[in-house]
Design a binder for this molecule. Structure first.
Ligand SMILES: [Zn+2]
Length: 366
């Protein structure tokens, strides 16, 4: 048998998060699950879950959490010359490094085991990752901090084609809203990263004015244009998109990351949950994100509470939405607890017995 085992009173197994009781997980020396055994009785009160997937965040502004004036709008908070950009532009390397790792540790505390971190600032902005951990393709293990079972997909933001060539060796491409770039540069960035087989994720339709300006200039929305021309594996925000655009995404099988708490803080319109429901938008294409660390320090449970109020989902779908990145190609089903996958689970203490997914939700939201 493998080099390590874990026992769990309850565990959510496989892509359907089936509840199993009294299980022993066997891992080999590479952390791969080689067996899931049902045993007689486990004496701890643990629930093993794959952990939450935070599909969109920016760790760099962690130090601004609760330190920005209230009443500011999107541009004032995170645009050019904003509270956030001024902070990022003047921070030291050590501050950035600190922010990145505190954000990771907070994620672990909040039962997050996988997240996509959009790092601003080109090469300098990704340097702490390169300096502090061993790169395993696009996924990172924080081995030097002895933090296991948290994986980060890092999306870099090149500031020139030269930077793109270097960054694409190790990282994905995280595109700020496309209005900020000349079209030729966008296409070239995408070509460079795609050649290196790295994921491309794009912010779209967060800011209504900019979305409308793009629509006026090109005849289609930034969402549709980006989806057609930039080969994204994930579109971020989409909060101003209309029904026909969600229909288009559904046909393309293109997943989205919804950052509702962030939209509320920046006073942009929250996604049209009802509209999604009306066109029967597949829940598999929906992922939740916490966005800027100045708003949320790597926490997905708030997003679950929000979605519970606005979107009529059964508890199984709610858990899947918050845990499984199953339609994002670079992360495709890496996250399940099942034989043959790498172990990425985390344990939650439970006080009462668990018989269904409703019980699981009430325990993890407690
Ligand atoms: Zn973002």
């Amino acid at each position: 048998m493998g080099s390590r085992t874990f026992d769990a009173k309850y565990a959510l197994i496989g892509e359907d998060l089936i509840i199993k009781e009294n299980v022993r997980i066997h891992l080999n020396q590479n952390n791969k699950i080689i067996d899931i055994e049902e045993i007689n009785n486990v004496n701890n009160n643990s629930l093993l879950i794959p952990g939450f997937f935070n599909s969109h965040c920016h760790s760099g502004d962690f130090g601004l959490y609760n330190k920005f004036p209230s009443g500011l709008n999107l541009a004032q908070l995170v645009g050019d010359n904003s509270v956030k950009s001024n902070y990022l532009n003047t921070m030291t390397y050590n501050e950035l490094s600190d922010n990145i790792f505190k954000f990771a540790k907070n994620g672990i505390k909040n039962f997050i085991t996988l997240y996509c971190d959009f790092r601003e600032g080109g090469i300098i902005g990704t340097q702490p990752y390169l300096d502090s951990a061993n790169i395993n393709l696009i996924n990172f293990n924080f081995k030097q901090l002895n933090i296991e079972n948290i994986n980060v997909t890092i999306l870099s933001r090149p500031e020139s084609l030269e930077e793109a060539k270097i960054l694409s060796n190790n990282f994905g491409l995280g595109i700020r809203d496309i209005y900020y770039y000349p079209i030729d540069d966008l296409i070239e960035f995408v070509n460079i990263y795609a050649t290196n087989n790295k994921p491309i994720q794009i912010h779209v339709s967060e800011d209504l004015e900019k979305r409308n300006a793009w629509l006026n200039d090109t005849g289609e929305t930034d969402l549709i244009w980006a989806a057609k021309n930039l080969s994204p594996e994930l579109l971020i925000h989409t909060n101003h998109a209309e029904q026909y655009e969600y229909q288009f995404l559904k046909e393309q099988n293109l997943p989205i990351s919804i950052c509702a708490s962030s939209n509320n803080i920046t006073k942009t319109k929250e996604i049209d949950w009802q509209g999604l429901q009306e066109i029967d938008f597949p829940t598999k294409l929906i992922n939740l994100g916490s966005d800027n660390a100045m708003f949320s320090q790597n926490e997905i449970r708030n997003e679950i509470k929000n979605i519970q109020l606005k979107f009529n989902l059964d508890s199984t779908d709610l858990l899947k939405i918050s845990m499984l990145p199953d339609k994002i190609p670079s992360l495709n089903l890496v996250h399940n607890i099942e034989i043959g996958k790498f172990f990425r689970g985390t344990f939650v203490n439970v006080k009462k017995s668990i018989t269904n997914h409703n019980d699981v939700i009430s325990h993890i939201l407690d």
